[in-house]
Design a binder for this molecule. Structure first.
Ligand SMILES: Nc1ncnc2c1ncn2[C@@H]1O[C@H](COP(=O)(O)OP(=O)(O)OP(=O)(O)O)[C@@H](O)[C@H]1O
Length: 239
């Protein structure tokens, strides 16, 4: 895990980073895809979210990242009720999260280095202040020799690793990742898991949605299972 002066994870005084109470959700004009979901992610916890395709994992992550609003229930993030959050207030919450999207959402006209550095650039830091940290993070995810490449020239796995580097570069208090190891081989999946674990040890609350049940179990993290929109109470104790 890259260590630098910027490596302390943002923390908050709230004991729960996430609390969902009785959450129901459906897309416009369609039936509910999430039903009565109750979920607490204590600050500094590490959870995997598993479940079959279509169970609602991405939809749950979209609620947490404020891309969607629930039909029912309440959502609290970092202690604040965000159920009816105003659009203008969303960026302040997003800055406290690192989000790894299933579709990566990289900017094709920016180099790998510039993509990874983007969240730091948006905080108006000078490049000299963060260049070494960005380079170190890219080396950690195996992209040390691809820093100048544009995303269209990267493989699927390289894009995925770049998306992860960008999501965690600010050491956010909450890391939410949708299938972050879906495009990499087993060795890299383990390495990326170690990166998430290192960030978790520094204080970040981590939630990873994954089909990879074996990786979830090997991680020692608590495993949540979604099935047809309901969260089953099947938590394993952390190792
Ligand atoms: N934008 C959308 N509009 C309408 N329905 C959607 C939309 N996105 C997802 N759905 C539906 O919502 C349900 C849950 O989908 P979701 O993507 O949350 O599941 P998932 O568990 O993440 O699946 P996967 O593991 O395949 O990514 C599915 O029935 C899906 O077809």
């Amino acid at each position: 895990m890259p260590s630098s002066p910027a490596s302390a994870v943002e923390t908050t005084a709230t004991p729960e980073t996430v609390r969902l109470s009785g959450v129901g959700f459906g897309y416009a004009g369609a039936p509910d895809v999430l039903r009565d979901v109750n979920l607490i992610l204590p600050r500094g916890s590490f959870h995997f979210l598993t479940g079959p395709s279509g169970a609602g994992k991405s939809s749950l992550l979209r609620l947490l990242t404020l891309a969607e609003r629930p039909r029912k229930g309440t959502i609290r993030l970092f202690g604040a009720d965000v159920t009816q959050i105003e659009r203008r207030d969303i960026p302040a919450f997003r800055r406290r999260m690192g989000v790894v999207f299933q579709e990566f959402h990289l900017l094709d006209h920016l180099s790998a280095f510039e993509n990874a550095a983007l969240p730091l650039r948006l905080t108006h830091q000078r490049e000299a202040a963060y260049a070494a940290d960005v380079a170190e993070m890219l080396k950690w995810v195996g992209l040390g020799d691809r820093m100048d490449a544009l995303p269209p020239a990267l493989s699927g796995g390289e894009k995925q690793r770049l998306a992860i580097a960008r999501a965690v570069i600010t050491r956010p208090g909450l890391i939410v990742a949708d299938e972050p190891t879906g495009s990499v081989d087993g060795v890299m999946a383990e390495k990326l898991l170690r990166l998430f674990q290192s960030l978790n040890r520094l204080g970040a609350t981590v939630l990873i949605a994954s089909h990879d049940q074996a990786l979830a179990e090997r991680s020692g993290a608590r495993v949540l299972r979604l099935d047809r929109g309901r969260l089953a109470p099947t938590e394993r104790a952390a190792a």
